[in-house]
Ligand binder design. Structure first.
Ligand code: ASP
Length: 325
């Protein structure tokens, strides 16, 4: 045991404005982020692996209806919920991912089962669900994932703006008409990255995708190098934002490649990609990352990103907006 363990999490990025949240609403998000990052950090402090810490943190984020993953996933334009998730182990560079799954309670655990119990990396749809049933994953009816607020968000998004990041759909609410979406409900793709005391990195990402997406659409979340990536040689990374831009730019692999081939720091490489490269693809969003020295970055090019981190032996930090907490 040598490395100083640490974990960072996100709950999505988008149009998250201070003016749209009351102090009580902010408090609820900050409390959820702090509790979840602390659970992951406690596991690391006891010598647990980075892989277990990101699985735990993302499972807890999926169980929390404040965020767009697992319970509370956003709707497709057919009124269904289709979820994507990925996990990657930086030590072995093994990975697992699922896309368009509709009934597994914790999609991140489904991704881990693909990594650990199949020879494959990415499984989708019915075949994935059959495989996951055999491996004892917990299943739920679609009604488990349903929330009234998310349904109203779909209706609003389809009337006004097409396919939306969940936070941006929430921000469509105006002050001139009654909110179809309770303004205290903003949602987000979730992710976690961790460094354990053994010096290993891991990353996991999970999402319901984008509100009003076509059924069958798959975003960046389960695409390695786009929405999730981990390699002990460089960094563990998890993304949130307009998935198509992250896929087209291979945003996370680009960060790792800049570190590996150009010798840039995690901070330099992450800022290059989030602030300079993603806008070329009209990409909005952010990433969280940690390197093997325990450096943590949380850059985003939107108004806000739900985010938190904690190093063992230190207090948790949680924030929402671009400036301060
Ligand atoms: N990246 C996700 C997707 O495109 C959406 C998000 O992060 O909110 O599916």
């Amino acid at each position: 045991m040598s490395a100083r363990a640490a974990i960072a999490i996100h709950g999505g990025a988008g149009t998250i404005l201070r003016s749209n949240l009351t102090a009580e609403q902010e408090g609820r998000y900050l409390h959820a982020l702090q509790a979840i990052v602390t659970a992951g950090n406690d596991l690391l402090a006891q010598g647990g692996s980075a892989l277990d810490a990101v699985s735990l943190a993302v499972s807890l984020l999926e169980d929390c209806p404040l965020f767009n993953a697992g319970k509370g996933a956003v709707f497709t334009n057919a009124g269904t919920m289709e979820m994507d998730a990925a996990i990657m182990d930086g030590k072995t560079r093994r990975a697992g991912a699922v896309a368009c799954i509709q009934h597994v309670r914790n999609p991140v655990q489904a991704a881990r089962a693909v990594m650990e119990h199949s020879p494959h990396v990415l499984m989708v749809g019915k075949g994935a669900e059959e495989f996951l049933r055999k491996h004892g994953l917990q299943f739920e009816d679609q009604s488990y994932f349903y929330t009234e607020e998310r349904h109203a968000q779909l209706q609003r998004a389809s009337q006004e703006s097409g396919v939306l990041l969940d936070h941006d759909a929430a921000s469509l609410l105006t002050t001139t008409e009654p909110a179809p979406l309770d303004p205290d409900k903003k949602f987000g793709t979730v992710g976690a990255v961790a460094l354990d005391v053994h010096g290993n990195l891991a990353a996991a990402t999970s999402t319901g995708g984008m509100t009003n997406k076509l059924p069958g659409r798959v975003g960046d979340t389960p695409m390695l190098g786009a929405g999730c990536y981990a390699d002990n040689q460089t960094a563990a990374l998890s993304a949130t934002g307009t998935g198509e831009a992250f896929m087209r730019s291979l945003a996370l692999h680009d960060i790792a490649a800049q570190m590996q081939y150009l010798g840039l720091s995690l901070e330099q490489a992450a800022n290059n990609v989030v602030m300079n490269k993603l806008p070329l693809y009209e990409g909005q969003g952010g990433i969280i990352g940690i390197d093997r020295l325990g450096n943590i970055v949380l850059p985003f090019n939107t108004e806000g990103m739900y985010r938190a981190y904690q190093r063992t032996g230190e207090e948790a930090f949680a924030a929402i907006y671009a400036k301060s907490g």
